[in-house]
Design a protein around this ligand. Structure first.
Ligand code: HQG
Length: 182
């Protein structure tokens, strides 16, 4: 398998498992899982080349470990990044490190200063544990701007933090008071 195939399969899985399971005629269960054999069968029916092997390749090699298998190996889900509503990943609430980071771009700053970080189309605001990761996240949209989040203070005042299986910090929102702008 070439990297191109893996990337394209990873993008397809992100689409199905985070945003639009209906493209393969399926619904995620309450915790975001899909049955692997059903996913493959339905994808194949719709002309999408997907095999058990390519699926396992992507799970193992994906650069951000975006997908996880259930313990019994029969189901797959995205570890974070969902916009599908009504699912609960059942992540444990976790005490965050003192500081977290968010990578964004200039054009969003005035809005972020006004309303804080909001989840927009996704189910959570995504925060990074280190500036290098936040820089990569911001770079997807242009010249990255890194905001620092006072996670300790947020946590102390009762905001809940969740850590996805692939190391992304998830919160409902970050009020401006807890943000430091560059
Ligand atoms: C911005 C990737 C205006 C926010 C990454 C961001 C991540 C606001 C955009 C994951 C705002 C939302 C998520 C406000 C936030 N006003 N703009 N009040 N609050 N924004 O893609 O964090 O490769 O939903 O700064 O690694 O960029 O897909 O979130 O620019 O983990 O696996 O609104 O996506 O992972 O964009 O990225 P997104 P994100 P994957």
């Amino acid at each position: 398998k070439t990297d191109n195939n893996l990337v394209s399969t990873s993008k397809f899985l992100s689409l199905v498992l985070r945003h639009r399971p209906e493209v393969v005629g399926l619904q995620l269960d309450d915790e975001g899982w899909l049955d692997i054999n059903q996913l493959i069968a339905n994808a194949n029916e719709r002309g999408k080349d997907l095999t058990l092997e390519s699926l396992h390749d992507v799970i193992a090699s994906d650069d951000k470990k975006r997908f996880a298998l259930s313990d019994d190996g029969l189901r797959i889900r995205a570890s974070q990044g969902h916009s599908v509503t009504g699912i609960d990943l059942k992540l444990d609430e976790t005490t965050p490190p003192e500081r977290l980071y968010h990578g964004t771009v200039e054009k969003f700053l005035s809005s972020i200063r006004a309303t804080g970080l909001q989840k927009r189309s996704r189910n959570h605001v995504h925060l990074s544990a280190d500036e290098a990761t936040a820089t990569k996240v911001g770079s997807r949209r242009g010249k990255p701007i890194i905001l620092r989040v006072d996670a300790a203070a947020m946590h102390q005042t009762g905001h809940r933090f969740y850590l996805s299986d692939n190391g992304v910090w998830l919160v409902d929102a970050v009020p401006t008071d807890y943000l430091t702008f560059p």
